[in-house]
Structures are given as C-alpha cells and as structure tokens.
Design a protein around this ligand. Structure first.
Ligand code: C5P
Length: 314
C-alpha cells in the first residue's frame, strides 16, 4: 500500500464562556479558571509530505492571511518541528497550505488551532501513531490554548489554561461573532489587566479562581438564557481599555436582545449568544449595519477539536 502523501486537518475557533484570571505566577503566566467552548469557525490545514531534508514550508490564504507569519514563528511550523523531534525524525519535512477561517489575533485561538491541526496532520502523515495524551502533552508545550484546540467541545481549563476537564454540556448554542478591525496582543491584554488591578481600576484577582456553579448548571441543563446571563470575562475591562470601540458592538448586542455578549478571550472579537438562528440573523444584520464590526459570522457550538477531514494516498 502506498504511503499517505497528503492529509487535511481542520481545527475550530474557541470562545471562553467564562474567563477568571488569577494572579501572575512565578513563570509569568496567570492562573486561570475558564470554560472553553469550540465553535464552528475553522482553519483548514493541508499537509503534503516532501523530500527528506526539505524542511517545513507554509503558505496562507483566507481571512487576514497577510497577518499570519510564514516563518519559524508560525505555530503550525513550530508544531511540526516539535512533533518531528519527539518521534526522532532528523528533519520535519512537510509543505503546509493553511486556509484561515478564524480571525487572526482575535482572541479565538486561531494560532492554537493551526498548531493543533499541524499535530494531527503530521501525526498521520508521518505515521507517528501518537495517542491523545501524547498529543495533548506536545500541545501544552506550544501554547496555553493548544490542548483545547485538540480536544474541542466544551471543557473547563485550569492551570494556565492547558489542564482540561471535559464538560457534559447539553444542547447546541447559536453564536454571532463580531470581528474587529485589527488584533490585540494577548500578552498586552494580560499586562493591561495587571496594571488596572494594581491601580484599583479593576477588581482584585482571587488567588484560586473558580468557575461559577450557575454557569455549569446552565450548560448541564442546555439552558441558553441562563448561560447567556452568566457569560463572564475578567479580561474584558482590559480589552475595552485598549479597544474602547468594542463597547459599541456590546451595546448593539444588548439592544437586539442577545442572551449575553462578551469580548472573546483577550479580544478584540466580541461574541453574542442568540436565542435561535433567526435571532442570530437579526443580531448579525444589526452589527453589520451599525458598522460596529468589521465582519460578522454566525457559528454553532460545541464542535469537535482538531481532526483529519481528508487523507489522500499517492
Ligand atoms: O500560552 P500562550 O503562548 O498562548 O500565551 C501567550 C501569552 O499570554 C503569554 O506569554 C502570557 O503573556 C499571556 N498568558 C498569561 N496567562 C495565561 C495564558 C497566557 O499571562 N494563563
């Protein structure tokens, strides 16, 4: 049988239904308690096996493709190199084609999705046969959100976000996602919340941040209204201080009756929970017409984590 020469992996965007940010740890990361939720905006990564010694290359198209680095700082490239080293390959030989559907630097773990997709793709391409635990371990070395990009669904994240416990959530939720002009730097937003806390401009961090019981109950019950009311992001004041124009999108969401609306992760994307698909359309139209969003998407969640969608033998 011929070896697998090309595979395609797909990985989802995430939003944080709740994001509690504890104090800064000795390693510079913040202790988190968060609920990750994977939504149906995807990056697709095609991986083609190349000649021994050729190394990793990547081309990018799709939304905001110009803003994605194609050098060694690209997270998919890093993931391929890490996996190759882990399985003892001398050279990571693969040509990637990345199609972006997830906003870049938007607070939706787009880079992490690419890393997760690369791990799944290279594992298949190089017949590494790593199990989920091994892939999750490599993922955590690539970034705090990468393990969740592999896992998908709805999950509690602790530690710096890399320690995951899947949540038994009922139902499907309809989200409206308002993309902003430009991105926000994740370290920049964490730095901003630290400064605001020091200056008494934001509530002080709790040493052991915890997830809200009412939010968990809403997820178990599949109660969208209750979930919407409990959406909470402790990075939001920092993102709003750095991008005050996001207030406008949040205000439109409230006016059009979103069940809840928050900044996604470190922003600047804002996300709104709709009652159903026709309400989602109303929200999308209002956000688009107001000019408060650079672009608007609708997406359901939860969806699975990074997985192979196609495998071509040659
Ligand atoms: O892990 P990741 O590379 O995604 O983190 C990017 C940056 O975000 C970190 O360098 C850090 O500044 C900030 N961060 C943090 N606490 C976390 C996760 C990320 O301070 N739990």
């Amino acid at each position: 049988m011929a070896a697998t020469r090309t595979v395609i992996a797909r990985a989802p965007a995430k939003i944080n239904l709740e994001l509690r940010v504890g104090p800064v740890r000795d390693d510079g990361f913040h202790e988190l308690a968060t609920v990750f939720h994977a939504v149906a905006l995807f990056d697709d990564l095609t991986a083609r096996a190349t000649e021994p010694g050729s190394g990793v290359s990547i081309t990018v198209d799709g939304i905001q493709a110009d803003e994605v680095p194609t050098d060694d700082s690209n997270l998919a490239v890093k993931a391929a190199k890490l996996l190759a080293a882990h399985i003892g390959l001398e050279s990571a030989d693969v040509a990637f084609e990345l199609r972006k559907g997830i906003p870049v630097a938007g607070g939706m773990a787009g880079g992490s999705a690419d890393a997760a997709a690369a791990l799944v793709a290279c594992d298949a391409l190089w017949h590494a046969g790593l199990d989920r635990e091994q892939l999750l371990h490599l993922a955590a070395q690539l970034g705090s959100d990468v393990p969740f990009s592999l896992l998908g669904g709805t999950a509690i994240g602790s530690g710096r976000g890399e320690l995951l416990t899947p949540v038994l959530a009922r139902g499907e939720y309809t989200w409206v996602i308002a993309l902003a002009e430009g991105g926000l730097s994740t370290p920049g937003v964490y730095g901003q919340i630290d400064r605001m806390r020091e200056a008494g401009e934001a509530p002080q961090p709790t040493p052991g941040p915890e997830i809200d019981d009412a939010l968990m109950a809403a997820l178990r019950a599949g109660d969208a209204a209750a979930l919407g009311a409990r959406l909470h992001n402790e990075l939001e004041p920092a993102a709003l201080a750095m991008a005050p124009q996001l207030e406008r999108a949040l205000e439109i969401g409230r006016k059009v009756g979103a069940l809840g609306g928050i900044v996604s992760g470190s922003g600047p994307t804002t996300v709104f929970l709709a009652r159903d698909s026709s309400h989602a359309l109303d929200l999308a139209v209002a956000l688009t017409a107001s000019g408060a969003a650079a672009d608007v998407r609708r997406a359901h969640g939860p969806v699975p984590g990074a997985r192979l969608v196609e495998s071509v033998r040659g």
